[in-house]
Design a protein around this ligand. Sequence first.
Ligand SMILES: N[C@@H](CCC(=O)N[C@@H](CS)C(=O)NCC(=O)O)C(=O)O
Length: 244
Amino acid sequence: MRREIKWSAYRKVPILMVDEHLQLNDSSVIISSLKTYVVSKGSSLSDILRCYPEMKSVNDSGKEVTEYNNKYWLMLSQDETAAVYPDKGSQKEEMKWRQWADDWLVHLISPNVYRSTGEALASFDYIVREGKFGTLEGWFAKYVGAAAMFVIAKRLKSRHNLQDDVRQDLYKAVNNWVAAIGKKRKFMGGEQPNLADLAVFGVLRVMEGLQAFDDMMANTKVKPWYRRMESATRNHDGLSQSSR
Ligand SMILES: N[C@@H](CCC(=O)N[C@@H](CS)C(=O)NCC(=O)O)C(=O)O
């Protein structure tokens, strides 16, 4: 809830607090700094965080936006880089697809999960069930929220130039992702997921339990990779890649 992050000047989630004083903003900055921290023994998180400086600017609609420099880049020595990215081109490929997840894939979610009034209500029913809402507040959030997001989703659909049938963009996106991994690899990271696998999985996972997710599983080739990601994240398989 917005009131839960009143204490923060940065107004979005996620925010990660470390030892009650170090504040990490933005999911990609959080992931890149934690991965750097795990791989490069010796540097402190606050030193690492200085490598991802904040940039404030004003966008086309006059709104102040915050971005972070280098957010897809890991701050590693040459040896560490060689250990994390043994294959040629794998570092660039990981960055490219992490950016794709942030700049394209994520924008397909709202138009898809709030596509119809029925789907918008189902999405909010799920949000209210999982969130911390009082009875009346929950009821209000469900109906007002669903109506608002139904309208907003249409606006987002046109802002990001989605097709009329928004499912087609979703199907195409995940099929492109699966094609980029190819048949020879389990994950984009090879035998273990890399940060691009993690970013794409993170985006798709928010649709679980909703019709858009079931449609995507039934109509695309993403399912085998998705199931492998579920098991890899459950078993913390990414850790073996980090501490190689
Ligand atoms: N690039 C940011 C985006 C974060 C973001 O947009 N979060 C949404 C919720 S998913 C939010 O907090 N929106 C509130 C707002 O924009 O005021 C990230 O990856 O962390």
